[in-house]
Design a protein around this ligand. Sequence first.
Ligand SMILES: C[S@@+](CC[C@H](N)C(=O)[O-])C[C@H]1O[C@@H](n2cnc3c(N)ncnc32)[C@H](O)[C@@H]1O
Length: 218
Amino acid sequence: MITEERITAYINSLDQELSPELYYLEKEAQENKVPIIKKETQGVIRFLLQMLKPRSILEVGTAIGFSALFMSEYSPKDCKITTIEKVPMRLVEARKNLSDDKFSHKDKISLIEGDALDVLKDLVNHNKSYDFIFLDAAKAQYMNFLPELMKMLEAGGILITDNVLQDGTVINSRYSITRRDRTIHTRMREYLYTITHMEELSTIILPVGDGIALSYHK
Ligand SMILES: C[S@@+](CC[C@H](N)C(=O)[O-])C[C@H]1O[C@@H](n2cnc3c(N)ncnc32)[C@H](O)[C@@H]1O
C-alpha cells in the first residue's frame, strides 16, 4: 500500500459498485490470490474509458479475465478488446470466464494465448493498432514490450501501465533491494525513465493502487 490506507478506503467507499457478475469474479480472484486490478485502479480505468471512448483496446496480462471483462462493461458498444495471456493455469480460468454468458459484453473480447512478446510482434506484423493499451504483465519485461507497443499505439492513444511503483520499493536504493528483486527494480526504473523521457509520449505517474503510469501518445 503506497497511500494512506484510510484515505484509500474512504475513496473506495465512494466508488461505483461493480455489477454482481464482476463482483463475484473479483471475490473469486481475491480468494484464489490471483493478482487483479485494485479498486483504485478500476476507478482510473473506468474514468479513462468513459472519457476517451476507445475503439480498440489491447491488454497485456489477462490472468482470469477480470480486467478485460471490466473494460468490456465500460467501453463503447463497438469497441474491440484483445487480451494476451501465457500461463496455462490462468488460461483455463480465462477461457471459462470469457465465454460465460453471464458477462453480457464478453463478445467484445478476443483472448490470444502465448508469450506476449511473440504475440505483440505478430500483431505488429499484421498492422494492428490500438488507441488504448493496458500493460499489466511481467514487470521485468515492460522494457522489451515497449518498442512493439509503441508501433501499435495510435497518435492520440493512451498506454496505461500498472504496478509501476512496486509497493513503493521502486524509490529505494538498489542496494537495499534483495538480490532476488534487483533485476526487476532496475528494469522498472529504466522503464519509468524511458516513458517519462520519450519525445513521443507525455507521461504522468499516479500513486494509485500499486502505481499507474498514464502515457499519452502525442
Ligand atoms: C497482474 S496479472 C493480470 C491481471 C489482469 N489484468 C486483471 O487485472 O484482471 C498479470 C498476468 O500477466 C501474465 N503474464 C506475465 N508475463 C506474460 C507474458 N510474457 N506473456 C503473456 N502473459 C504474461 C501472468 O501470467 C498474469 O496472469
